[in-house]
Each structure stands twice: as structure tokens, then as C-alpha cells.
Design a protein. Structure first.
Length: 242
């Protein structure tokens, strides 16, 4: 159980139960709760960043914003800001995964399976009234809801805290986001410079690591976004290798 702050009543936490068939034991439980004041603070920060970027909703599925030149034409600055502003509450959640990974001596692939299946377990829901159509990652875990890129930001933060090289995968033509992991698993390669990532789907429970769902199986339409450099990110004693 992760409660932030510690005085948060356990009754306010979201309780998760999920299975990882490749691990022993296969059943896992975790509770995560944010106090109402902290949740409101994260919400306010996200709304303020939307105003700073001149976010404007055009329709349910379309919006516009004014990004600085270094952001190019993708969402990398928005993802980076969410990772920065939600770093502390997500890190406390990640510590539980890192502790279990070390205690059970899980290899990088097994560690990724544990984290990805947890994020897959979070209910899919499109954020309403949220800048950039994305819910902050700590609120994704605290509220048991999020769409593809909301869940992708959370997953990348947890994976990288566990020492796994991970990046957000994004496809404008497919209107979908996922996660790439630099791990030796089967599946089409998605390149970012000299790094090779394999696909991890987050919106379907139990979807195998490395495999792209048929409706999204067009590797040439996917790109990996360079992960932002965040200080003191990894709590792991090892680094994942290909």
C-alpha cells in the first residue's frame, strides 16, 4: 500500500489485483492513494501548464497548442513536463516494484512484464477536460483510469526507475501511443538512433511483450520519442541490455 501523504486514509486508495503468467507467484496486489490536496495540486499544475502552452480544445479528438521550437511537432515536451511534475508521487509507487524486483532477483524482461501488466490492468478511459488529452501519471494510478498516452507516461517512468531503457512510442496516423523497451524479446524493431525498442501495448490486459496488435501492426508508422533526462531516475542496481 502506497499512501501519499502517509496520513491518507487507506479507504481512498485504489486497490489493484493482476496476474503475470510468466512469473512465480503469478498473483500480485498493490494499493495506491493520493490525498485530495495532493491530487488537486497535480491537477492545478497540469492545467497551468496547458495555459502556458496556450492549449485550446478544437473538438473531442482535436486540440492545438503553441510549443517551443525544441518540441518539434510531437508531444515530447508535454510528456517531459508530466514526468517532472509527477516525479515524486510516481517514484514512491515505483519503489514497491523495484523492491520486489530486487527481492525476487527478476531479470530485466521479467521486471518489465511485472510493470507493464500492472499498467495494462488500469482501466482505459479518455480524459475529459484535460489539457492535451492526457491525465497526469500519478492520477492515472490513483484514479485507475487513463488513455494510451496517459498510461504510457506512467509506464515509462516506472520502467526507467527499475533500470529498463524505455521510451514512449507514438503514431500520429494511428492515433495511438504505447511503450518501447530495449529488451531482447520477439517483435518488430522500432529504432531511435542506435537504440532498438520492442513494442509494449498498454490498453489490452495480457497482451504479450514485443507483439504489436493487428490494427496497429505498421512499424513504419511508429516513432520512438527521445526520453527526457530526469535526475536520479533509476533505483535499480542493474541496467537493462538488449
Amino acid at each position: 500500500m502506497v499512501l501519499l501523504p502517509p496520513s491518507t486514509p487507506p479507504s481512498e486508495a485504489q486497490l489493484y489485483e493482476w496476474r503475470v503468467e510468466a512469473l512465480e507467484p503469478p498473483e500480485y496486489r498493490l494499493g495506491y492513494g493520493l490525498g485530495s490536496a495532493l491530487a488537486r495540486e497535480l491537477e492545478r499544475e497540469h492545467q497551468a501548464y496547458g495555459r502556458k502552452m496556450h492549449f485550446r480544445q478544437l473538438s473531442r479528438a482535436r486540440f492545438t497548442y503553441q510549443a517551443p521550437p525544441e518540441c518539434q511537432t510531437d508531444m515530447r515536451c508535454i510528456y517531459a513536463e508530466l514526468m517532472r511534475s509527477n516525479a515524486d508521487p510516481v517514484r514512491e509507487l515505483g519503489k514497491r516494484f523495484v523492491q520486489h524486483i530486487h527481492t525476487q532477483r527478476l531479470d530485466p524482461v521479467a521486471a518489465a512484464e511485472l510493470i507493464i501488466t500492472f499498467v495494462q490492468r488500469i482501466h482505459y478511459a479518455e480524459p475529459e477536460g484535460q489539457p492535451f488529452g492526457i491525465l497526469p501519471p500519478a492520477l492515472v494510478a490513483a484514479q485507475d483510469r487513463g488513455d494510451c498516452d496517459s498510461k504510457a507516461v506512467l509506464a515509462v517512468m516506472l520502467l526507467r526507475q527499475a533500470g529498463i531503457d524505455a521510451a514512449i512510442l507514438y503514431s500520429d496516423p494511428l492515433s495511438h501511443a504505447a511503450v518501447g523497451v530495449a529488451l531482447p524479446v520477439r517483435g518488430p524493431p522500432i529504432r531511435l538512433g542506435d537504440r532498438i525498442y520492442r513494442y509494449a501495448e498498454l490498453t489490452t490486459e495480457g497482451w504479450p511483450l514485443g507483439m504489436i496488435p493487428p490494427q496497429h501492426d505498421k512499424p513504419h508508422l511508429w516513432k520512438a520519442l527521445p526520453p527526457p533526462e530526469l535526475p536520479d531516475e533509476s533505483d535499480s542496481e542493474w541496467e537493462a541490455t538488449e
